[in-house]
Design a protein around this ligand. Structure first.
Ligand code: 2NL
Length: 339
């Protein structure tokens, strides 16, 4: 058959031209010339219907084989060319290597990890939960009444106010979810991002970090709370720190307190760094309110305490930072100072 003789000729022509193609562009030109839409082989393949039925199968077979052979030859040559680019590189093993830039842990992450280490070393487990929450887990279950200002549109980011879907304003909903999931006794901490509708200034950020803790067992008293939290402060701030508990109020704890530590500069005497007070507030805590236990369906025999701290605030105290915004601005000079 004439077309098969022709296919042989095209094959020879292909290899002659391919031999001379010495750049990726020329290689592409060869591909178009033979295998492109109007290429020599493609055109032949398209004209198959002009041949008698009994010859079509054989012609199709031969042409398709040629086509695949050419494709493979081009692909092989392409690979060789790419290889040659690498070969051209000259290596001098005595030159210094490329400098690798090491990152470092962000101070907020660092403080979170340090606090997690202290609590996990005494048996607390770490729990995580969603940042997008519903009003029940974020407010209702925590005994925060319907008319509480924290629920206001001006204080909370509602994603869907009709369905009461919001960005969590604290990590307490994680503890609620864990209480529903687990059977006491257990001790957990929940670190993570929280959101409040605050304008960014030196001491507020609409997104910040919190770490909460919760210990539930029978006969947990305020003494357990004091012992655990004082022990934490001594490990975090140093053995010489003086701890002070002040009465306070939270809807989800009763009784409630706030914990202050003595200023590291003046050891409680009062200096410009602590605003003359001698002490700095670092966390809030209390015995879990009976209504919270009721809301998660716990029997009356269970008792517990909970606490919560703002991580930015603690990191600011630890590193002597006076503007919260520096944590989020990604100045390399600031970030590298924590290497
Ligand atoms: C603060 C105070 C606090 C809690 C958080 C809590 C969680 C459950 C039940 C009871 Cl599920 N309480 N959390 C308790 C007291 C204080 O945070 O000033 N945080 C920055």
């Amino acid at each position: 058959m004439k077309i098969l003789v022709e296919a042989e000729r095209i094959k020879k022509e292909f290899y002659t031209i391919l031999e001379k193609a010495d750049t990726p562009q020329k290689l592409e030109n060869v591909r178009v010339l033979f295998l492109g839409r109007k290429g020599k082989i493609t055109k032949r393949l398209r004209s198959i219907s002009e041949y008698p039925l009994h010859e079509r199968k054989k012609i199709g077979e031969v042409l398709n084989r040629r086509k695949e052979e050419c494709e493979r030859a081009i692909e092989k040559k392409k690979k060789e060319m790419e290889g040659r680019v690498v070969d051209k590189r000259k290596f001098d093993i005595f030159l210094p290597g490329e400098e690798i830039e090491f990152g470092c842990i962000h101070p907020i992450t660092g403080v979170l990890l340090e606090i997690e280490e202290i609590f996990t070393s005494i048996g607390f487990e770490v729990a995580f939960g969603p940042e997008i929450e519903d009003e029940w887990h974020n407010f209702t279950a925590l005994n925060i009444p319907e008319e509480h200002p924290a629920r206001d549109m001006h204080d909370t980011f509602y994603i869907d106010s009709k369905n009461k879907i919001l960005l969590r304003t604290h990590t307490s909903p994680v503890q609620i979810r864990e209480m529903l999931k687990r059977k006491p006794p257990f001790a957990i901490i929940s670190p993570g991002k929280c959101y409040r509708r605050d304008a960014l200034d030196a001491s507020h950020s609409p997104c910040f970090h919190q770490l909460e803790g919760l210990w539930i067992d029978e006969n947990i008293s305020f003494a357990h709370l004091k012992g655990i939290l004082e022990g934490f402060c001594k490990r975090f701030f140093g053995e010489n720190v003086i701890v002070r508990f002040r009465p306070s109020y939270f809807p989800f704890t009763e009784p409630s307190c706030e914990l202050d530590v003595s200023c590291s500069r003046c050891s409680g005497r009062g200096c410009p760094s602590c605003g003359g007070k001698g002490y700095l507030e670092i966390l809030g805590a209390g015995r879990v309110h009976p209504n919270v236990f009721k809301n998660v369906g716990y029997e009356e025999k269970w008792t517990g305490f909970a606490f919560g701290m703002g991580i930015e605030r603690i990191a600011m105290l630890k590193y002597g930072i006076n503007d919260i915004r520096i944590f989020y601005e990604n100045h390399l000079k600031f970030l590298r100072s924590f290497r």
